[in-house]
Design a protein around this ligand. Structure first.
Ligand SMILES: Cc1ncc(C[n+]2csc(CCOP(=O)(O)OP(=O)(O)O)c2C)c(N)n1
Length: 391
């Protein structure tokens, strides 16, 4: 396995002096180290990570983007229409989920199979990063030679267990350093030590979730915890497609008479903050958007999202949501759920939660296509009811 410190040092010695990225659990070691560097920007979406690096390159830096191949789609626009026409190179370090031959989750299989072809189609030469230091050194030399000679980008594809883990103390220091010294913009919230856990919040909300409500749970551990609390036909557990929960919720809410509850993460909400503008502008009365804010990408190892400076309620209000509430306790969250579902939305609830998830967390045993089908059946009944009322 590769030592994350040595890997970052090698990149620095090769002249890389600006980094940006969105986390991947396969890259947890080096990304935890980068999190506290001044020359690293944790972007909300891969598109921005690449564009940030393009800006830094124009300002004279050599750059590297760290991300997961599930975000490769988000790189296509800048790769094809920014990096290519302007001949702006970068080093892409990409966690290779769903690599052929590896056992991985269903949402990674198609992208895993096509990652190399997609990169090749974008004129990016990719290298598989070996797991031994001497071989990795050789591959890095090849990738850097290619970037220097061709002026094009190159990608290092990183398999699971390529990097050694960074010890917990170093990781905690990195995360603390990344968030240190920034005043929270969210008013009237208690110390982080008292924040409830996501599991407890979900348990309380699901206990008060009306039978007629459709619920969309964001990518990562949120859906897995909701499933662990109790599987229901009206629960849509997202896998992949990070950031899309609120748009899926909006599409559903506009086409059903049922209340639609979106359980979002802070990282996911920030990845597609623009969706809040669309929700506010269109104003579906039956949409209730909940952001469970642990200030981190908990599902990929707890890398900071930077949400401590974001007042999601103020954003929702500015976008035109009918109501917006921030809290850090379960009873306010439950009261807000009851009140909001009784009134006309769209509503936002922003709840601060602590980092961490249920021990031994399982994945839903029901397959994604089955989740979609039963959710569809659940919404269908209400679609008919809505049509009937309108007629
Ligand atoms: C486009 C894309 N980029 C990255 C990932 C990898 N990924 C999966 S879950 C996750 C973290 C989500 O963070 P957040 O929304 O804050 O929820 P939390 O994990 O804290 O519950 C990341 C980065 C992904 N699935 N898709």
């Amino acid at each position: 396995m590769l030592n994350p410190h040595d890997f970052i040092n090698t990149l620095n010695n090769r002249g890389i002096s600006f980094y940006a990225g969105v986390p991947c659990s396969f890259l947890n070691g080096p990304m935890s180290l980068l999190a506290n560097r001044e020359n690293y920007v944790g972007a909300t979406i891969e598109t921005d990570a690449l564009a940030l690096c393009a800006g830094a390159w124009l300002a004279g830096k050599k750059t590297a983007v760290f991300c997961q191949n599930s975000g490769l789609g988000n790189l296509i626009s800048p790769l094809s229409s920014l990096n290519a026409p302007f001949a702006i190179p970068t080093l892409l370090v990409i966690g290779w989920r769903g690599k052929p031959g590896d056992i991985d989750e269903p949402q990674h299989m198609l992208m895993g199979k096509t990652t190399q072809q997609i990169l090749a189609a974008m004129d990016v030469v990719s290298f598989e990063l070996p797991k031994t230091a001497s071989e990795a050194k050789h591959t890095l030399a090849e990738a850097f030679a290619l970037i220097e000679q061709s002026g094009k980008s190159a990608a290092l594809l990183v398999s699971p267990e390529t990097f050694e883990a960074v010890d917990a103390a170093t990781r905690a220091d990195s995360i603390k350093a990344a968030t240190l010294g920034r005043e929270t913009l969210v008013k009237d919230l208690k110390s982080g030590a008292y924040y409830p856990g996501r599991y407890d919040v979900l348990k309380a909300l699901s206990a008060h979730m009306p039978e007629n409500a459709a619920v969309i749970a964001t990518t990562g551990k949120c859906g897995r915890e909701l499933y662990s609390i109790g599987d229901r036909n009206q629960y849509f557990y997202m896998v992949g497609s990070m950031g899309s929960a609120s748009a899926i919720g909006l599409g559903a809410a506009l086409n059903t008479a049922r209340p639609v509850v979106v359980l979002d993460g802070d990282g996911a909400a920030l990845m597609r903050l623009g969706t809040m503008a669309t929700v506010g502008r269109i104003g579906p009365p039956n949409l209730f958007h909940i952001i469970l804010d642990n200030q981190a990408h908990d599902s990929t190892g707890g890398q900071p999202t930077g949400s401590e400076t974001i007042d999601f309620s103020a954003v929702a209000a500015a976008c035109g949501y009918a109501s917006a509430t921030s809290c850090d306790d379960i009873s306010t969250a439950v009261d807000t759920l009851k009140k909001c579902l009784a009134g006309s939305g769209p509503h936002l609830l922003h709840i601060r939660i602590k980092l961490g998830s249920l021990k031994g967390l399982v994945r839903p045993k029901v397959q994604p296509h089955e989740v979609a089908e039963r959710f569809r059946q659940f919404l269908k009944v209400a679609v008919l009811a809505k049509k009937g009322k309108q007629a």
